[in-house]
Design a protein around this ligand. Structure first.
Ligand SMILES: Nc1nc2c(ncn2[C@@H]2O[C@H](COP(=O)(O)OP(=O)(O)OP(=O)(O)O)[C@@H](O)[C@H]2O)c(=O)[nH]1
Ligand SMILES: [Zn+2]
Length: 221
């Protein structure tokens, strides 16, 4: 009897969890315009209830006409995106993606606040310190007690749904990003490589991405 009740409870819990994310986890808050050197985008902010994190989306053109949308799902990298760091390829990828969307006149950029593959800025700088002493990016995360990559992409789905975006032409080299989005019900009809700014400072970072995280990076295959 107890077992049967517990089973029903489990089913109810699963049903609630299935319904919950889109409704409770993320709220759309506001939109405005963002002029950039390449185009004037729509800028939209969403807030994640559990963490208070502010996730952003840039859109350009008619994105809900049913045609696949040129898109980039970019995870925050303060050092690369805002401070010109050459230790990674993030800043160059962000600029390349924004320019590509501007050239096409249509597309979306999802800027997800999951700094340092989800470990946060403080731990990313700690990881850099371990990398300075010889660890690679994956080993450094592990030495700090974290998995190699803690990012989640489930919040992308309600963000895309909010603008009626049903399928993507995604600019990425990351196979996990593609498979996770597809498993969330977002078809990736085309994967567009985004290999930019390979330099002596990020050579190890990129080769670790290829060797340990399976990224599609031509020079490292
Ligand atoms: N833990 C850790 N995170 C890093 C390091 N260098 C960059 N990052 C983070 O890695 C993430 C890069 O994310 P994305 O730009 O979405 O790129 P990606 O998952 O590598 O895949 P692409 O779509 O191919 O660029 C950001 O969250 C950065 O803050 C590092 O050395 N250690
Ligand atoms: Zn970076």
């Amino acid at each position: 009897m107890y077992g049967a009740d517990a089973g029903v409870l489990e089913i109810e819990k699963a049903a609630i969890e299935q319904l919950a994310p889109a409704v409770q986890e993320l709220s759309y808050v506001a939109s405005s315009e963002l002029p950039t050197p390449w185009a004037t985008f729509g800028i939209h902010v969403f807030v994640e209830a559990a963490t208070g994190k502010e996730h952003l989306m840039l859109t350009l053109g008619d994105v809900n006409n049913g045609e696949p949308v040129l898109a980039r799902v970019h995870s925050e990298c303060l050092t690369g995106d805002a401070l010109f760091s050459q230790r990674c390829d993030c800043g160059a990828q962000l600029e390349t993606a924004i320019k590509a969307i501007a050239t096409e006149g249509r597309g979306a950029l999802l800027y997800m606040r999951q700094e340092g593959r989800g470990i946060g800025l403080v731990n990313k700088i700690r990881a850099y310190q371990l990398q300075d002493a010889g660890a690679d990016t994956v080993e450094a995360n592990e030495q700090l007690g974290f998995p190699a990559d803690m990012r989640r992409y489930d919040l992308c789905k309600p963000m895309l749904d909010h603008f009626g975006i049903a399928s993507l032409r995604l600019m990425t080299n990351n196979p996990r990003k593609v498979s996770t989005l597809e498993s969330l019900g977002v078809p990736v009809v085309e994967r567009i490589p985004i290999q930019v700014n390979r330099n002596p400072f990020n050579e190890n970072y990129l080769s670790t991405k290829a060797a340990k995280l399976g990224h599609w990076l031509k020079e490292h295959l």
